[in-house]
Ligand binder design. Structure first.
Ligand code: ADP
Ligand code: MG
Length: 382
């Protein structure tokens, strides 16, 4: 029995009906493009959040986590935004979003166990809403496909938990496949699996959780979004996705230098995503390195969402011979990634650790990220 099954039996006193899992994700490139109708290229991690669950006949949802001391208990019929706070709002939100979509979800005991670090920008929250929704869909025989579940999970997080987010994280968690990144056109919702398998090319993709405290995340995020929306209106386009990157003088219509830099980030980042996809499809993953580094410079200087810890990680990785490195996730802390020759992974990690020690930062946590499968049904318990 896996750990999560045993824990379920200990907590609830009987075995679960099954176990479902959803991965964390890393965005390889395409940052702050999703709310501009643009492109992104996430992949799923080999680290998952697991959910063991069983139906109850009394309509009550009982929620527990191995990572949190407090659980929650609530009748499904009482679910509405604001009814629950804290972590339990994520799985409860999935039940609520399914009922809002017209499906029947009854009572359930649900226990969470996770290897996805929380709050590091690896999207443990989407792993939670996706794994929970998958368990509910399965146990209650709901006819939802993977894209439907991604939308359900997104609704759970944005409307029930109240965290404004696009669909990138949930779509990656549901639709990713091993050895590939997932190209997303956030306007059309079209996705495409793009070969991305660093180990097969003698490469390693290092993820470096800087453990930097997030600073001003919510307010800054909202400011970036509204700046982009205002700029699109000024330029007379539906979204910044529609700004022609090659038309000279386009940005002159914008009111100030800062807005021009914000727009330049979004426009050039979309181009970098498309170029990355082209290179990966051509079997040239090494050539992606400079695009990652250019993305970082753009996020640091034009979009101003980096943090000293992340810049330190990126600079140290590049000095140690990384092919490319960048901040990943919304920014103001969180994770950096570095694409390195596999034989340099260790020395690169050591260089980042040394740089953090020298700067007096909390030691980072580094690991190799291997593009892996999306959410899955792990097992049924007999
Ligand atoms: P990220 O998605 O980048 O990890 P978020 O702030 O969006 O960061 O989501 C983190 C939140 O998700 C946590 O504060 C907690 O409420 C919830 N969460 C994630 N993993 C777990 C877990 N294993 N147990 C309980 N809650 C969790
Ligand atoms: Mg999240």
């Amino acid at each position: 029995m896996s750990g999560v099954q045993e824990s379920f039996a200990e907590v609830f006193g009987y075995p679960p009906e099954g176990v479902w899992a959803a991965p964390g994700r890393i965005n390889l490139i395409g940052e702050h493009t999703d709310y501009n109708d643009g492109f992104a290229l996430p992949f799923a991690l080999d680290r998952v959040l697991s959910v063991a669950a069983a139906r109850r006949t009394d309509g009550t949802l009982r929620l527990r986590s191995r990572q949190e001391p407090r659980g929650a208990e609530i009748p499904v019929t009482d679910l509405e935004p604001g009814a629950l706070s804290g972590w339990a709002a994520y799985p409860a939100g999935s039940a609520w979003a399914l009922t809002r979509a017209g499906h029947h979800v009854g009572g359930m005991d649900l226990l969470v166990d996770s290897a996805v670090p929380t709050g590091a920008g690896l999207s443990s929250s989407a792993a939670m809403t996706c794994a929970s929704a998958l368990a509910m869909v399965h146990l209650y025989g709901i006819g939802s496909d993977r894209s439907d579940i991604a939308r359900t999970a997104q609704r759970a997080e944005s409307e029930f938990v109240g965290m404004p987010c696009g669909t990138l994280d949930q779509t990656a968690a549901m639709l990713a496949t091993g050895g590939h990144a997932l190209f997303m056109d956030t306007r059309s919702a079209r996705t495409e699996h793009v070969p991305f398998d660093p180990p097969a090319h003698g490469l390693a993709l290092l993820a470096i959780d800087t453990r930097a405290p997030h600073r001003l995340v919510d307010g800054e995020y909202a400011q970036r979004r509204s700046c982009c929306e205002r700029a699109a209106r000024t330029l007379g386009v539906p979204a910044l996705r529609d700004v022609d990157p090659h038309a000279a003088g386009t940005l002159d219509a914008l009111p100030d230098e800062r807005t021009r830099r914000r727009v330049r980030h979004v426009v050039t980042e979309n181009e970098r995503v498309l170029e990355t996809v082209r290179l990966l499809n051509a079997g040239q993953p090494r050539e992606v390195g400079p695009l990652l580094t250019a993305s970082h410079a753009s996020l640091r200087d034009d979009y101003e969402v980096s943090a000293p810890e992340v810049d330190t990680a990126v600079d140290a990785a590049l000095e140690a011979g990384a092919l490319g490195a960048r901040i990943t996730g919304a920014g103001f802390g969180g994770c950096a990634i570095a694409l390195v020759e596999a034989h340099r992974a260790q020395s690169c990690t050591a260089a980042v650790r040394d740089a953090f020690r020298g700067a007096g930062f909390t030691p980072p946590v580094a690991f190799e990220a291997v593009p892996s499968a999306g959410a899955r049904w792990v097992s049924t318990v007999p």
